[in-house]
Design a protein around this ligand. Structure first.
Ligand SMILES: [Zn+2]
Length: 99
């Protein structure tokens, strides 16, 4: 079953996968990995794993707090959300000082 449409679809999928891996290698190089590192020599390691996380789903540092059982219910906000609310609190405090 190899018609032209199927071949085009598969080659497009493969190109997308290759581009995603290339992008992760670029990110890894930007953060200091060199050609001597395993991740650069074997780029397919980034096929299902991003350059900036460790690949461990339960990791306290880089996993999503909503999906991690380590965090208590109160702390289940992501880092970005905590930062946003902290900025809002700071802005409110500034406003209160002016009055
Ligand atoms: Zn991690």
């Amino acid at each position: 079953m190899s018609n032209e449409a199927e071949k085009a679809r598969v080659s497009k999928r493969r190109l997308k996968d290759e581009n995603a891996v290339r992008k992760q290698v670029k990110i890894a190089k930007a953060h200091g990995l060199t050609d001597k590192d395993k991740q650069i020599k074997q780029p397919h390691r980034y096929a299902k794993h991003h350059a900036m996380d460790c690949g461990n789903p339960g990791c306290v540092l880089c996993s999503n707090p909503r999906h991690n059982k380590m965090y208590k219910t109160k702390d289940k906000l992501t880092i970005q959300e905590r930062k946003f609310f902290q900025n809002m609190d700071d802005a409110k405090r500034f406003k209160d000082d002016d009055e």
